[in-house]
Design a protein around this ligand. Structure first.
Ligand code: FES
Ligand SMILES: [Fe+2]
Length: 433
């Protein structure tokens, strides 16, 4: 196999991506070090999931197991879920409540902050065995991560020098989180699915509006998202996070008939026996029935009709990832809204009327590119090439996917380097122009 640094990126504007980056296990290893353990904030959970002192949950950041805990003083902590003795997975349940954590293997015990507080037979038994005198409990804490929350959304980073979460999210993303998490939330439930494709093929999917108005027959047929509706997008200054929205009520209906005339997507003979799944109840006065906020490297916050959810990406290997869906509503939802949210969960998840196709598209992509890919690459040119626009006014674009690749390249050191994505890089690049 060619060294990753030598992969061919035929265009410097990220409009061509070598397929090898979706296949090569060496790339997966580099990503763990430079992205998931690098200078980024990864999504870990919602504060509402660990609302009480002692609540914890287990998750993965990249392929590293992590525990997130709310300590008795209500502060948030995160540590690698790996016993400091011999490396056993320390916490085995998905969530719970605990004052401390004891490893199943030799019973080393850690407090809620990951500090080692006790080991059996530390001084041996009847003068035999025991740890050497210089062994100090304080030297063997768990590997901790920096933890920060914005509007109840918890992020973690492995690096001390990662910029603040506030700066990392940047203003457009903070604004949308301010809106979505303006009120206390309540968790409705979870879904998990495992998909046989590289995690970046899914992240591309989240940024690719072009497919949304074509792949998803349900969206097009029942009018949740069509290319002929008003929509737009916005990215942070470094084009690494992105929001897209659709306003179905602003639609050019004649244009819809014409635009989709050549396709089999808009089938007006199809109908739903129970159309209530498609009822959209306005709740934020923005008429945005589709609102998807993607946060590099592992989070999507979605509102699809009245379905609110986070989707967390857990890469498992170069050719497989897992998706954790966490559905939520607001604490003050009335019973009708509670019912509507639960009904609309059927739109998404592994068997969802909309999301099922995204999983299948990922599987087909991986099957298509697994073979001979030496100098083959994908094309990202819809919506134009060259400069990556931070604000978009239509849904027929792949520009934000190019933004993802620009940041990925800057972080991994592979492919065209712009330096724009580094902290302060936007300003450095502007000064250099
Ligand atoms: S591996 Fe955890 S106590 Fe030995
Ligand atoms: Fe999709």
């Amino acid at each position: 196999m060619v060294h990753p640094q030598a992969y061919q990126w035929p265009e410097k504007d990220f409009s061509r991506v070598p397929y090898s980056v979706f296949v090569d296990p060496e790339i997966f290893t580099i990503e763990q070090e430079r992205i998931f353990h690098g200078p980024v904030w990864s999504y870990a959970c919602l504060e509402a999931e660990i609302a009480n002192p002692g609540d914890f949950l287990t998750t993965y950041i990249g392929d590293t197991p992590v525990v997130v805990v709310r300590a008795d003083d209500r502060s948030l902590h995160a540590f690698v879920n790996r016993c400091a003795h011999r490396g056993t997975l320390l916490v085995r349940s998905t969530h719970g409540n605990a004052r401390d954590f004891t490893c199943v293997y030799h019973h080393w015990c850690y407090d809620q902050r990951g500090k080692l507080i006790g080991i059996p037979f530390l001084r041996g038994l009847k003068g035999k065995g025991g740890m050497p005198p210089e062994f100090k409990l304080g030297d063997h804490s768990l590997r901790t991560l920096r933890t920060a929350a914005y509007r109840g959304v918890v992020f973690v980073t492995f690096r001390d020098d990662t910029e603040s979460l506030h700066d990392y999210l940047d203003s457009p993303m903070r604004r949308y989180l301010d809106d979505i998490f303006a009120k206390p939330i309540e968790i409705i439930g979870y879904v998990r699915q495992r998909i046989p494709c590289n995690w970046k093929l899914y992240y591309e999917n989240l940024l690719d509006d072009y497919h949304g108005v074509l792949l998803h027959k349900f969206l097009v047929t029942f009018g949740l998202s069509r290319a002929t509706q008003k929509g737009g997008s916005e990215m942070d200054r470094r084009a690494r996070h992105r929001i897209v929205y659709v306003i179905p009520s602003e639609e050019d209906t004649v244009g819809t008939q014409q635009g989709y005339a050549e396709t089999t997507l808009l089938d007006e003979g199809l109908y739903l026996r129970d159309p209530s799944i498609n009822e959209y109840r306005e709740e934020m006065n923005d008429r945005r029935a589709v609102l998807l906020c993607a946060f590099f490297p592992n989070l999507l916050v979605q509102r699809l009709s009245n379905t609110l959810a986070t989707r967390q990406i857990r890469p498992r290997s170069a050719k497989e990832y897992e998706l954790y869906w966490t559905f939520f509503g607001y604490a003050d939802d009335d019973p009708a809204m509670q019912l509507l949210r639960k009904k609309q969960i059927n739109l998404v998840g592994p068997g969802g009327l909309v999301s099922m196709e995204d999983g299948e598209a990922g599987r087909l992509l991986q099957l298509g590119i697994n073979g001979d890919f030496a100098d083959a690459h994908s094309i990202l040119a819809m919506g134009g090439r060259g400069e990556i626009p931070l604000v978009g006014h239509d849904l027929l674009t792949e520009s934000s996917v190019r933004g993802f690749w620009r940041y990925w390249c800057d972080l991994t050191g592979i492919g065209p380097q712009t330096g724009i994505s580094a902290p302060g890089g936007v300003h450095r690049a502007a000064a250099a122009e």
